[in-house]
Design a protein around this ligand. Structure first.
Ligand SMILES: Cc1ncc(COP(=O)(O)O)c(C=O)c1O
Length: 367
């Protein structure tokens, strides 16, 4: 049976082998491992790409999130608004700084429902984490207006949306920080865990630079607080720097694949495809996440026919008892959890594979 993988890192390696190998040999031959020139170079290129003054390389997207909250002085007694539909790390970062996450339902585009934010604001609310899911940004202009009205910090969880923008304003350049994940299967993925913060605030950049290195100012040796060991490895930065050069072309490829899916599937009434018509909002398709009325029956059919799909998340994170979160009723998140299905979306997929996914999907609906 034909097999279509969700991602195929070996194919990407073959595509840019020479560049990756040369980055590897450069790091190895110089013996530069921690906090060295490749990290500096990647941070500069990332900041330029996102359009911020600073980028600080960290161990993961999760580190970027909790470091941002700490930099904003958020802690015990504070509330932070987070979407009910996101990767659990968005919420865990709030809990780990001893603040209280207040969950808000999402809208049809999988991002926080801006109309429901103000009802969740209390005198203890200090911040909103705006998550840009799957490559499509939350409505930042409206979120920033609400934040200004209530004097709230906005942190962008842009882990899934590098390169996305609203009217040219890049994800990760609008809030206090943009938080990035370079987990291998992200739109810019490393060869292990990785992350970063982008920001225009020099204090936040200095805070993160120190705290990622156990609180130490590397020039003076002074400890400025109890910190963490969570800086992006120099070797990962060298690989990411190579891949960042390809990102604009790879985003175009993702958009072309999304267009093929749209043309092949948009007449099927039981599917809700991820194409929206908000003017100025770009979609970079980190994921091609659709909703199918038939839920598991649909995703299992694709799997049985050799197509790897993701169904994140069949169980919303707030329903996991050990997390002790408050379920205030999130109807859209509940519906998404039953219907969600992400089709293979990556730069290494072939046209024949995309056509096979389309044909198999149509066959499920007898078309
Ligand atoms: C929306 C979102 N937030 C946070 C994270 C956490 O990133 P990481 O896995 O690098 O810690 C991820 C990625 O896994 C994510 O998709």
């Amino acid at each position: 049976m034909r097999k279509v993988r969700f991602v195929e890192p070996i194919k990407v390696y073959r595509m840019i082998k020479e560049e990756l190998d040369s980055a590897y040999f450069d790091v190895m031959s110089k013996g530069e491992l921690i906090d060295r020139s490749h990290l500096r170079s990647f941070e500069e290129n990332l900041a330029n790409y996102v359009g911020t003054k600073y980028a600080v390389g960290l161990n993961s997207g999760y580190d970027a999130l909790h470091m941002s909250l700490r930099a904003a002085g958020i802690g015990s007694g504070d509330e932070v608004i987070v979407p009910a539909h996101t990767f659990v790390a968005t919420c865990s970062a709030v809990v780990i700084v001893n603040a209280t996450p207040v969950l808000v339902d999402v809208a049809k585009d999988f991002n926080i429902d801006v109309d429901k934010i103000e009802a969740a604001v209390t005198p203890r609310t200090k911040a909103i984490i705006a998550v840009h899911l799957s490559g499509y940004m939350a409505d930042m202009p409206r979120i920033m207006r609400i934040a200004e009205k209530h004097d709230l910090v906005v942190i962008e969880d842009a882990c899934q949306s590098l390169g996305s923008n609203i009217d040219g304003k890049m994800a990760g350049s609008i809030g206090l920080t943009g938080c990035w994940s370079f987990y291998p299967f992200k739109i810019l993925g490393g060869y292990g865990d990785g992350g970063a913060i982008t920001t225009n605030d020099p204090e936040v950049a200095i805070f993160a630079r120190r705290m990622r290195f156990n609180g130490e100012d590397r020039e003076t040796g002074e400890y400025h607080g109890h910190g963490f060991t969570c800086l992006l490895d120099n070797l990962q930065a060298a690989f990411l720097d190579v891949k960042l050069r390809h990102l604009p072309a790879w985003i175009e490829r993702r958009k072309a694949i999304a267009e093929m899916y749209r043309q092949g599937l948009s007449d099927l009434p039981d599917l809700l495809l991820p194409h929206y018509d908000k003017p100025g909002f770009d979609h970079v398709y980190q994921n091609y996440t659709l909703r199918a009325n038939q839920g598991d029956e649909f995703s299992e059919y694709l799997k049985k026919n050799g197509i790897e799909v993701l169904t994140q998340f069949r169980k919303p994170y707030y329903r996991h008892e050990a997390l002790k979160l408050v379920d205030r009723g999130f109807p859209e998140t509940e519906a998404i959890s039953r219907e969600v299905c992400s089709l293979p979306m990556n730069v290494e997929i072939s046209v024949e594979e995309i056509e096979y996914v389309i044909q198999t999907t149509r066959a499920f609906y007898g078309r």
